[in-house]
Design a protein around this ligand. Structure first.
Ligand code: CUA
Length: 403
């Protein structure tokens, strides 16, 4: 009898060993494919101190979960193999329930595991909140329907610069985003830079990042906000400080001679006649397109005194020719895509406000071509700043100039 039990234990141990060897082989086959994937929306390749902190908690949780998983699987495998019915002569083992010792153990162990996750999580939340109190740079982000308006506010040297959907930042700064919305709740999320933070009407949330690694980072609204929520994308471009400063200078300078051939009398402080359709909603710095409300502004614009609100206005188009994407990060910024967008914006991003002005037959092909030429010409003297790219995701950065 004794020998039979020993034989049973040895057999069970052997089976468990085989099972785990197979599981390890399977893991080894799958893991490199998962870890090696340089997905741009990946949270497993952090590029700031803040994202690293979050990664630390993620790893802790992962390993603890793995220990629990393996422990439970070993328990199941052992029980199933060791106590299975081997023959018709086997007797039903003694049945038990309500073992006090076991109940206490499996209440205390999970409580300890949760505490080990809870403490660093709360500490990180408070540390990140503390970091929002000493910014070197403040950038206001406004969630719109469905795109992102970006207002640079501090320091003085960048104050007043406004752009859409692409947040250029200098390397090596503590940047604090102040998050606003003039409609519903959105969520600001750039997985490689930090965690998610909601934009809430009537309330300002703040999120700090230390920009350390130059690169092109993919962001996405992470809170369901309506029909085109999935198309509410944006980019963060971290670049060397001189390059960022040059971009700011170019923004303030407005259109260059490159735009002269597309406007009346070569006067680049004017927009083309066809742009009159766009004036109520879009600005171009340094031109007569300076009426559109921005941020949370509310402004009477229509002749009958109706509200022309910042709620419905569109992105500032200064330096549009340097944007890598258009339509809230939905399409690469190419003349072909821009023509598609101007032809029928509602078909590309359903429910956006531009479709209330421009439908399928509003603009002729010639008018679309005029707008495309003008908008793509909005670039700095000497061309657009280079986009820094992280190794491994080059092919996913859309090109602004297909030539
Ligand atoms: Cu904005 Cu979802």
């Amino acid at each position: 009898m004794q020998r039979a039990i020993q034989g049973g234990v040895r057999g069970t141990a052997a089976r468990i060993t085989i099972l785990f060897t197979l599981a390890l082989i399977a893991l080894e086959a799958i893991l490199p494919a998962v870890v090696g994937a340089q997905s741009p929306y990946s949270t497993i390749s952090p590029a700031t101190d803040q994202a690293n902190d979050i990664q630390g908690i993620y790893k802790l949780t992962f390993w603890l979960a793995l220990v629990v998983f393996v422990g439970v699987q070993i328990g199941i495998a052992y029980t199933v193999l060791r106590y299975r019915r081997r023959s018709d002569q086997d007797e039903r083992p003694e049945q038990m329930h309500g073992n006090k010792t076991v109940e206490i153990i499996w209440t205390i162990v999970p409580a300890i595991i949760l505490l080990v996750i809870f403490i660093p999580t709360v500490r990180t939340i408070y540390a990140h909140d503390e970091q929002t109190k000493n910014p070197e740079m403040v950038v206001e982000v406004y969630g719109k329907q469905w795109w992102w308006e970006i207002h640079y506010s501090e320091p003085e040297s960048i104050a007043g610069v406004v752009t859409g959907n692409e947040i250029r930042l200098p390397q090596g700064k503590r940047v604090v985003f102040e998050l606003y919305t003039n409609n519903v709740i959105h969520s600001f999320w750039v997985p490689q830079l930090s965690g998610k933070m909601d934009l809430i009407p009537g309330h300002v949330n703040k999120l700090a990042i230390d920009t350390s690694t130059p690169g092109y980072y993919f962001g996405q609204c992470a809170e369901f906000c309506g029909e085109s929520h999935a198309l509410m994308r944006f980019k963060v471009i971290i670049e060397p400080e001189e390059q960022f400063n040059a971009w700011v200078d170019a923004w303030r300078a407005g259109p260059t001679e490159a735009s002269a051939e597309f406007v009346e009398d070569g006067d680049v402080s004017q927009t083309p006649a066809i742009f009159g359709l766009c004036l109520a909603c879009h600005r171009v710095e340094g031109t007569n397109a300076s009426l559109a409300p921005e941020g949370l502004e509310q402004q009477a614009l229509t002749e009958d005194g109706g509200p022309g609100t910042a709620k419905t206005a569109g992105p500032d188009l200064t330096l549009f020719g340097c944007r890598t994407t258009i339509a809230g990060g939905t399409l690469s910024n190419t003349p072909e895509n821009l023509a598609l967008w101007l032809g029928d914006p509602g078909s590309i991003k359903p429910g956006n406000y531009m479709q209330t002005v421009i439908q399928d037959d509003t603009l002729s092909d010639e008018q679309i071509a005029q707008l495309v030429d003008y908008l793509e010409s909005l670039q700095p003297e000497g061309g657009c700043p280079e986009i820094p790219v992280q190794p491994g995701i080059e092919e996913q950065v859309p090109v602004s100039d297909p030539d």
